[in-house]
Every structure is written in C-alpha cells, then in structure tokens.
Design a protein around this ligand. Structure first.
Ligand code: TXA
Ligand code: MG
Length: 320
C-alpha cells in the first residue's frame, strides 16, 4: 500500500479511512499516535501488525467526551472524574475497569482500559469525524522512540499504514502520564507530561510504581522500550579505551557540553528548560542514533517536574 499524507484540510478523508477499518497516524500534543477505531477488533489487529508490537502490550483509547468514557468503563470513581476535570484534554492517561464494548485485543486481555482525551485539534477532530473512540499507541515500530513529527512516522511506517495526518511537531514531546485507578491505590505506571505533584494536588497520595514491575498489570513497562539502536549509557564517562571510538553526548544544557571528548553533541535545552528538553528529547536521540557514532553518553536532567519523565525515558533507552 502507498501511505497517503494528509493535511488538516483532508481530515474528512482520513476519518473515512479510519471508519472503514484502516490505520491513520495523527498528531497529539504528546507524540504522534497510530489510530484505529477502538471497537473494531480487525482494525486494532492491524495496529499490532503495523508496529510489530507484541499482542501483550495494550493500547490507549482516545476519547473526546464524558459520554464516550461512560460507554467504555464499568464505573467512574470520584477520583477519575476529578482527574479528568483537572487535566483533560491533556497528557494524562487514566486506567479504569472496562466494559465488554472494549474488544479484548485493545487491552491485551486485561479487564482494564487506558483512556485519554488528547489536547490537539487534529486528534479531537478525527475522533469527532469518525464518531468513535480511537485506539492509538505511539506511531513507532515496537521498541523505537516515539515520533514527534510526521516524517519520522513515515520513516518507520511507510507502506505499512494507509495514511498520516501531518501537522508539524508535537508540543509536549514525550508520552502521556499513565495512572491506574483500577488498583487498590492510584498507581502511576508511567511518568509524563502531567507530573506526580500535579496529580497529588487533585487526588492526594498515589503510589509510584518502580520502572520495572509486574508485567501482568502494566505490560508496556519494559525497561528497554524507548531505544536507539546505538548503545546508550546514562551518567557514565567514557573509559580510556572508549576514547578512541566515535562518541556522542546527549546532555541537558549548554554548560554540560564536553566538546573535547565528544564528536557529536545534542543539547536538549541550551538554557536548561525542562519543557524544551522534553520537546527535543526523541528528535535528539534519533539524530545521534543516525550519526554513525559507536556509543551515546547521556546525562540525566534535574529530577523534578517533567524531568522525572525525561529521566525515565533516558533510563529505559539506555537499557539499565
Ligand atoms: O501520549 C501518549 O500516551 C501517546 C499518544 C499517542 O496518546 N500514546 C502512547 O501509547 O504512548 P503507547 O501504546 O505507546 O503507550 C501506552 C502505554 C503502554 O506502556 C501500555 O502498556 C500501557 O500504556 N497501557 C495501556 N493500556 C493499559 C492497561 N489497561 N493497563 C496497564 N497499562 C496499559
Ligand atoms: Mg509507545
């Protein structure tokens, strides 16, 4: 198949493809998603195929209204409503017990479904035009970094999906925060655009799951998940032997740069702004990965606010 590039004027055509059971990638405020009508199991199966994603890793369902949420979940606890009111539309994914309307293939057989109301006009319009919630994982091949622009989606999925809606780069740059309200205590599975402090202000104490953990409840939390193909080390300095190789540095701000050691350097935010760093993270990893170096030496960013999500991705990418 030839993958079509759509602009925002062509959303009707893109929505029709989705309704007919095809896959279309689209921008959200976090990263590009690979969409399929959530309640069409055949379409959802194509998502796993196109991404080469193992079937045990469930998808996020994207919604635009309370009405859609109510059809998909068994109950809507007070804390869920509070989180939705505070952070939707936005980069927060909420896991709740699912109804039978949600096909098992979407949730990899789990009794829960992950829901998110994206804060991006294109994503919202596509859900509105297709008239149904859209299942959409990040639009990358399995284990690759999430795409923050349409050309990166195309580089991985050209010929594997029907279309991509191209609408520039994503404002947040890293994936949504994932919180489960289906556990005994609200549990953070993935740090992201909405920080732990922001969530605590709304619903009180939450349990922050360590980066690896039960695969049964949070199947997507493989350590090596956001990976460049070039070996990446976190917070290490090159050994004497390594100094003869071509080395790259991935660092937070200008003052971290070590030009005398590294051939290639990517600075996430010259002045040290965590939002800018999040926005640039995946493009920077991808550039260094493609630069032909032997090893990437990354340094973690301040462990606060969005920095927690950035460090989480850096840790996973470096495969520790
Ligand atoms: O920002 C985002 O969340 C982007 C955009 C496109 O919305 N989507 C995204 O999807 O990052 P994905 O599939 O790459 O990551 C979703 C994560 C996975 O780690 C998956 O395992 C987890 O959420 N997940 C989905 N449903 C779950 C469930 N019912 N229980 C536990 N974890 C779940
Ligand atoms: Mg992903």
């Amino acid at each position: 198949m030839k993958t079509k590039i759509f602009k925002k004027e062509d959303l009707q055509e893109a929505a029709e493809l989705l309704s007919s059971g095809e896959l279309v990638a689209f921008p959200t405020e976090t990263v590009y998603g690979l969409g399929a009508v959530a309640c069409n199991p055949d379409a959802v199966a194509k998502v796993f195929e196109a991404k080469k994603r193992p079937s045990f890793d469930p998808l996020i369902v994207h919604v635009i209204s309370r009405k859609q949420v109510e059809k998909l979940v068994k109950e809507l606890p007070e804390k869920a409503v509070a989180l939705m009111d505070a952070f939707w539309p936005g980069p927060l994914t909420i896991i709740l017990p699912k109804t039978d309307i949600v096909p098992d293939i979407v949730t990899s057989g789990l009794e829960t479904v992950a829901l998110r109301h994206p804060n991006h006009p294109i994503a919202q319009k596509l859900i509105e035009l297709s008239g149904e919630p859209l299942a959409a994982p990040s639009a990358n091949l399995f284990t690759h970094t999430s795409p923050t622009s349409a050309d990166v989606v195309l580089s991985m999925l050209d010929g594997r999906i029907e279309g991509i809606v191209d609408e520039g780069t994503c404002a947040v740059g890293i994936e949504s925060t994932v919180i489960s309200l289906a556990e005994e205590k609200p549990t953070l599975f993935r740090p992201g655009g909405i920080t732990v402090e922001m969530i605590k202000e709304v619903i009180g104490e939450i349990y922050v799951a360590p980066p690896t953990g039960h695969l049964s409840t949070a199947p997507g939390r493989h350590m090596k998940h956001y990976a460049p193909r070039t070996p990446m080390l976190l917070d290490e300095t090159p050994s004497v032997a390594q100094k003869d190789k071509k080395l790259a540095q991935l660092c937070f701000c200008d003052t971290d740069k070590k030009e005398e050691i590294f051939e290639e350097i990517a600075v996430l935010s010259p002045k040290g702004d965590l939002r800018e760093a999040a926005r640039n993270l995946y493009a920077a990893m991808r550039r260094l990965d493609g630069s032909g170096v032997d090893t990437i030496f990354a340094t973690s960013v301040p462990q606060e606010g969005l920095g927690i999500a950035i460090n989480d991705r850096l840790t996973r990418a470096s495969g520790h």
